[in-house]
Write a protein that binds this ligand. Structure first.
Ligand SMILES: Nc1nc2c(ncn2[C@@H]2O[C@H](COP(=O)(O)OP(=O)(O)OP(=O)(O)O)[C@@H](O)[C@H]2O)c(=O)[nH]1
Length: 382
């Protein structure tokens, strides 16, 4: 393959890299072509390509139909160092391209004055239509847009069509359609669709992305076995709860709990039963704490709670009652036999000054170790 210099200017020799591009490639400015690769050369006899090159004034991505009737994707980018445009053409009907559009995860619609001409499955799914065929039968997508958004959509359409091929404007809209609310970002651009100037709309379903992020965030902060928050939740939410608590002049209290001889439960009854015991205790803790305390599983058989007490004494009483509740709630095996859950508990109260959550957690853990070393089944306040 060789480069075809189209002017006598030496600049053409700088474009040897065009040979490495698999698409047809043309370098040009204001309709003047500097160079192209072998496959790009065949396009230059097509008057449509020439007129298209003259309209390039921004990064573009459009479809056009050549004089042989074949659709092509056109992409242009500004080459800073050469002060010229590089336009690449890729056959839109190359194997799998149509499939690619159809299966693109982002909803795509092509419409002529709101009469749908093409849509992919993602578009149909977004609007909960039964099929692409059903959509293409519609005279107008106006019902999908919704009456409150119709004036904006119409004026956007008119502006795009009058501003030419290369206008592309992201619009953030909240759609209400088929009874469900959609938070979407819309990207409209004009395309040449089999000889017609029409609009192509791609939709970014922002709401779905936010849901996904929310789901991952929940997973990152949740212990999968007990569904309690994990250590990350304790550190993050505990720190903000602590601030809130201090602002209200309450006594910040951290409680660290460890099941005594939990290893034996696993050994004696098997690990699945150990799991059930952890879930059982998690449920008891959550049930007792209600909205009053943050309850988390920190690791293994260790749990941590944070809450705001009216006073130091009230805080300690709250922990005492919690232990009594658990002492009187043995875990019951399917056989009817029971396992008594004994707990070692360490408590720390905010000590004033520059005390902080990790310091409180550290002191509560030391108190817990002490409780455990003294034989367990007791509360020590550090
Ligand atoms: N079933 C179950 N066991 C776990 C899980 N995570 C950790 N463990 C077990 O929990 C035990 C925790 O160890 P320790 O706290 O040292 O055991 P312990 O018998 O409670 O010791 P003391 O606290 O000193 O009474 C280990 O045997 C771990 O294998 C879990 O998700 N499920």
């Amino acid at each position: 393959m060789s480069i075809t210099p189209l002017t006598a200017q030496p600049v053409a020799t700088e474009f040897h890299w065009l040979n490495y591009l698999t698409d047809a490639a043309i370098v040009h400015l204001d309709g003047e072509v500097f160079a192209c690769n072998e496959s790009g050369r065949s396009f230059l006899s097509d008057p449509q390509v020439k007129s298209k090159l003259r309209t390039v004034s921004d990064v573009s991505n459009q479809l056009f139909v050549s004089d042989q009737g074949l659709p092509w994707m056109v992409e242009s980018k500004w080459l800073e160092q050469h002060q010229s445009w590089l336009t690449q053409l890729r056959p839109a009907l190359e194997p799998n391209f149509g499939q690619l559009l159809l299966e693109n995860p982002r909803p795509i619609l092509v419409h002529d004055n709101f009469k749908p001409l093409f849509a992919n499955q993602a578009y149909v799914d977004l609007f909960q239509l039964s099929s692409i065929k059903q959509l293409l039968k519609m005279d107008s997508i106006r019902p999908l847009i919704g009456e409150e958004h119709w004036p904006a959509a119409l004026s956007n359409y008119q502006q795009l069509m009058s501003d030419g091929y290369l206008v592309s404007e992201p619009v953030s809209v909240s759609w209400s359609c088929m009874g469900n609310k959609l938070q979407t970002r819309i990207h409209d651009f004009v395309v040449d669709w089999f000889g017609r100037r029409v609009l192509c709309t791609t939709i970014h379903d922002v709401g779905r992305d936010q849901n996904t992020i929310g789901r991952y965030r929940d997973m990152a902060f949740t212990d999968p076995l007990t569904r309690l928050g994990n250590r990350r939740r304790f550190d993050e939410q505990g720190a903000s709860d602590l601030l809130h608590c201090l602002n209200r002049n309450r006594v910040a209290t951290v409680v660290v709990i460890d099941i005594d001889r939990f290893k034996l439960v696993n050994q004696q009854y098997g690990r699945p039963v150990g799991d059930l015991v952890l879930q059982f205790l998690a449920k008891l803790l959550r049930g007792y704490a209600g909205e009053q305390a943050l309850v988390t599983r920190m690791k293994q058989d260790e749990f941590a709670l944070f809450f705001a007490a009216e006073s130091a004494q009230a805080g300690l009483e709250w922990v005492n009652h919690l232990k009594q509740r658990i002492d009187s709630s043995p875990f019951m095996l399917p056989s009817g036999a029971t396992i008594d859950i004994e707990l070692s508990i360490g408590v720390s109260l905010w000590s004033g000054g520059d005390d902080h959550l990790s310091g409180m957690h550290e002191r509560a853990t030391q108190a817990l170790v002490q409780a455990s070393e003294l034989g367990g089944n007791q509360i020590i306040a550090g």
